[in-house]
Design a protein around this ligand. Structure first.
Ligand SMILES: Cc1ncc(C[n+]2csc(CCOP(=O)(O)OP(=O)(O)O)c2C)c(N)n1
Ligand SMILES: [Mg+2]
Length: 668
């Protein structure tokens, strides 16, 4: 590692014009995380805590940035940023309880270390995957901008995590949208064991600012006065003139990645070099030289912190461990939502599925006047399926937002908006592309209510499905990737009436909802639909036909395929159930019907293995075995990707296998 990279580490305390009171407050605030960490290292050796990611030597950054922000401005810290939490004055016993998995912490024992957020202190902690919070910060900053508030959001990352795609996406969108975010990169020389030379090849991470069209700064992260003064100045300027700023803090990780992994791979001279730059010892000497801190005063400050520490440790250690309670755990996966049934008395008109969705979306935009829609090409162009055509004229560019091609960042931004109290709808151009935003969706949005009680009030619209000869990447029906993830709701309407009402409910529901829209049905299925706004409940299947010979369970395009078959064979007395929502799933309607008919066939468009048909089949076996007259049959597509040529696609799809399977089961 070239020593040149660290040439900014000379500590100069003289150029900053701060009053004595601030200088002492900075000292108290930087000392506190150090003393806590030293105590944690002792507890770790005694086996009283499980893991510790030391931020020793980096305290000036967390403390200086936090002090530069106002209390109502959000900070999104990382695993070495104890100083953010202590400077925001979180009672220490709550932090200690959090680290011990106790109820007094912030996650009811459900997540560890700094993996939590708290609206009370305007802190949004990381998820393990590091990068996603950068985009979440964009979303919070977007909310400030939409509300015309002169606020800044600060988000932290290590230099290692700047290699993640999330970093690039978040900086790019923040730049294109002029979002007031401070991207604070703590360059501490290593990402676990990987030195910077194996992580990136630009000289400074700050140099990347130019590539994003973004202002950037390099700050000596070991100089508390430089961090505090410069970040205060930048933050104030960003409040007045909203824009993102990239700040690289040069510092060093003095301990192992986590304590147990050690620092064997770090050259000794590097550790010695940085030991001399210690942000606390140097600052303390400066204050003493200046005559601001006497030996006596220092002892007094330390004694007070140690007393607070021990007192709060006592509270946390005395707290009883959590007693597991299944119903409590299950109840917190989703935010409780009391469904509001709104009926429409208006006239109906015949609409195609695509029009019903467009109309429903528009009426929700009118009802929720801060609801934001984001997606690729959705503004002037109206979206590739024209669902948002004309929206920009009615709702304006702030609420109808064209996005760069960056599914991860946009889903993260939707999460950030939700943290700031704003609902959003994200349009995937094709449901296939959700893979590029998979991580924040299944790890961040799905888990945040369970982890720290924070809802993800987001609807992801998913134009999906085959039958349009569009090949492997524009034809998938990928609901099964999400029905197995606790925390997500999955809606899959087959008719215009259902689509309009369920979309309204999806937007009202504060939980993350994946809303599947079958492309082949968009313009082929018509129905009379009320002109006004109305809602339909989740978790209620609909009976398309009633019968007593056999139960057909389907959703999406398969409902129409089944209906064609039933209509063609009017001698078959089938009960056709359209599930409408897959999570929650209306098992009651399924079981009731199967108990009546004694035979069940589950029909899906997706390929067989691991699809929801398998789970429904298992549920029927487990709950209706005594009433069954035949095995439950699943009909699904081939176990291949979805081919392009129409004759291959025809062969692939389950559509053509259904009639025979139905008749075979009837004959069983
Ligand atoms: C997506 C992902 N990949 C890998 C890891 C494992 N991991 C956790 S922290 C870390 C190093 C991070 O380095 P850096 O961003 O420089 O932060 P530092 O630990 O140095 O503060 C790694 C590899 C992870 N948590 N998430
Ligand atoms: Mg690092």
């Amino acid at each position: 590692m070239s020593s040149e990279i660290f040439s900014y580490s000379d500590i100069n305390y003289n150029d900053f014009n701060l009053d004595d009171e601030t200088l002492i407050l900075l000292y108290k605030n930087i000392l506190k995380p150090r003393l806590i960490e030293e105590k944690m290292l002792i507890l770790l050796r005694q086996g009283k805590i499980s893991k510790w990611f030391a931020g020793i030597g980096q305290e000036a950054i967390a403390v200086g940035v936090t002090m530069a922000l106002n209390d109502e401005e959000y900070i999104l810290p990382m695993h070495r940023n104890l100083g953010v939490f202590t400077t925001r004055a979180i009672p220490l016993h709550r932090l200690f309880s959090q680290w011990q998995g106790k109820a007094g912490g912030f996650t009811k024992g459900r997540d560890r270390s700094f993996h939590f957020g708290t609206q009370e202190y305007k802190i949004v902690g990381m998820i393990s995957h590091l990068g996603p919070q950068l985009g979440v910060a964009d979303g919070i900053a977007l909310a400030s901008k939409l509300r015309n508030k002169a606020e800044v959001t600060a988000v932290f990352t290590g230099e290692g995590a700047t290699s993640e795609g999330d970093f690039h996406e978040a900086l790019n969108v923040a730049s294109v949208w002029d979002l007031p975010v401070l991207f604070c990169v703590e360059n501490n020389g290593y990402g676990l064991s990987t030195p910077t030379i194996e992580q990136y090849r630009c000289e400074h991470i700050a140099d990347r600012g130019k590539g994003y069209g973004m202002e950037s700064h390099i700050i000596n992260g070991n100089n508390i006065l430089e961090v505090y003064s410069k970040v205060s100045e930048i933050a104030e300027s960003v409040r007045q003139n909203p824009r993102p700023v990239l700040i690289e803090f040069k510092t060093f990780r003095m301990h192992g990645h986590e304590e147990a992994s050690g620092t064997k791979y770090v050259p000794h001279d590097l550790l010695d070099f940085w030991a001399k730059k210690d942000p606390i010892e140097n600052y303390q000497s400066y204050l003493k030289d200046k005559g601001l801190l006497t030996e006596e005063h220092e002892v007094k400050i330390k004694t007070e912190i140690v007393h607070e520490l021990n007192e709060n440790l006592r509270i946390a250690f005395n707290e009883e461990p959590i007693v597991p309670d299944e119903s409590k755990e299950l109840n917190d996966v989703y935010k409780y939502y009391e469904y509001q049934d709104i009926k429409s008395n208006s006239n109906t008109k015949e609409l195609r599925l695509v029009d019903a969705i467009s109309e429903g979306l528009k009426q929700s935009m009118e009802k929720h006047n801060d609801l934001v829609i984001m997606g690729q090409d959705i503004a002037e162009y109206g979206g590739v399926f024209k669902i948002t055509e004309g929206f920009i004229e009615q709702f304006g560019k702030d609420r109808i937002r064209n996005t760069p091609i960056c599914e991860s960042a946009i889903i993260e931004i939707a999460m950030g908006l939700s943290i700031a109290g704003i609902k959003s709808v994200v349009e995937m151009q094709f449901s296939d592309f959700v893979t590029s935003g998979f991580n924040p969706l299944v790890n961040y949005l799905a888990k945040s209510h369970y982890r720290w009680n924070q809802e993800a009030d987001v609807v992801i619209r998913m134009p999906c499905g085959a039958g349009v000869a569009a090949g492997p990447f524009h034809s998938q029906t990928n609901e099964a990737w999400f029905t197995k993830t606790p925390g997500l709701k999955v809606v899959y309407p087959a008719f215009p009436y259902d689509a309009k009402g369920l979309l309204a409910t999806a937007i009202n529901d504060p939980n993350p909802v994946l809303f599947f829209e079958h492309k082949a049905l968009y313009r082929s299925i018509r129905q009379d639909v009320p002109a006004d706004y109305y809602t339909l409940p989740f978790g209620q299947a609909s009976l398309i036909t009633e019968g007593n010979e056999i139960t057909i369970i389907a959703y999406g395009a398969a409902v129409h395929w089944a209906l064609d078959t039933v209509r063609k064979n009017d001698d078959i007395n089938a009960e056709l159930i359209d599930l409408r929502t897959l999570q929650p799933l209306d098992t009651e309607t399924i079981f009731k019907s199967v108990r009546k008919t004694g035979k069940a066939i589950v029909f899906q468009e997706d390929s067989m293995f691991g699809g929801i048909a398998s789970d429904i089949s298992a549920l029927i076996m487990e709950n209706c075995f005594e009433e069954l007259d035949a095995p439950v049959i699943r009909v699904a597509s081939m176990e291949t990707p979805i081919p392009f040529a129409s004759q291959l696609e025809e062969q692939y799809l389950s559509k053509n296998k259904f009639e025979k399977a139905l008749k075979d089961l009837l004959d069983y």
